[in-house]
Design a protein around this ligand. Structure first.
Ligand code: C5P
Length: 220
């Protein structure tokens, strides 16, 4: 079999990005962090002072925005209309608003169509919430990666050097975003029927990566 696509979905902080990046590197595939795209649009909404309730202005802005994901040294460099926003899209303020922006149907339609074309040539490892269910329903490998909310908060906490938020606040933020992501009307967060469930609460990063690579080997 030639190249295939890998869809990696799951709730916030489950380790999807790290796992997806490592799996992509191992396979020599392209890694696409779709959460970064929703964060990029959220950053622009706030940066341009577009009122959060002005859905048509947000939709128009999204339609005319250029988002580029470039492979970086430690992760992905995110450009919005040529401007590097890699660091800025990880702020507390973006975390607070991103799930509201991601629930706007026009925003999703536009970003999903970009994501589909990024994966059209295959050889992509894509992480997000709706990859296996709606962006790449035909992905050859589908994984739903989860872990307890506490464990996910602990991992995020360790990742953040500047502790601008406490562990308890992080856990609350993660649970709040999960609720919004699971409850929204358009392509909510859920496990695709044909996705393999991996609960990483008691697994190391290497164990998770190896489990995903094992699934990939059955497709090679
Ligand atoms: O993956 P990350 O935590 O960076 O995603 C940020 C937010 O973007 C999620 O909480 C979710 O609201 C939204 N998102 C989405 N669909 C995706 C990826 C992310 O709705 N495929």
């Amino acid at each position: 079999m030639g190249k295939f696509n890998v869809a990696l979905d799951g709730p916030a902080g489950a380790g999807k990005s790290t796992v997806a990046r490592m799996v992509a590197k191992e396979l020599g595939y392209v890694y696409v962090d779709t959460g970064a795209m929703y964060r990029a649009i959220t950053w622009k909404v706030l940066h341009k002072d577009i009122p959060l309730e002005d859905l048509s202005a947000i939709a128009d802005m999204t339609a005319s925005t250029r988002i580029e994901l470039l492979p970086g040294l430690t992760g992905q460099t995110v450009l919005v209309d040529g401007q590097d926003v890699t660091e800025r899209i990880r702020s507390k303020e973006i975390n607070l608003h991103v799930s509201h922006i991601a629930a706007i149907p026009d925003v999703r339609e536009r970003l999903v169509s970009m994501q589909k074309s990024m994966a059209a040539a295959k050889g992509v490892v894509m992480d997000g919430r709706d990859i296996g269910t709606s962006v790449l329903p035909d992905a050859e490998v589908k994984v739903f990666l989860t872990a307890s909310a506490r464990k996910r908060a602990e991992r995020r906490y360790l990742e953040m050097n500047a502790s601008e938020i406490s562990l308890d606040d992080l856990e609350r933020d993660i649970e709040r975003r999960d609720q919004l992501d699971r409850g929204r009307k358009v392509s909510p967060l859920r496990q695709a029927e044909d996705a393999v469930l991996l609960d990483s609460t008691e697994m190391s990063l290497d164990e998770v990566v190896n489990a995903v690579l094992e699934l990939c080997r059955t497709k090679e």
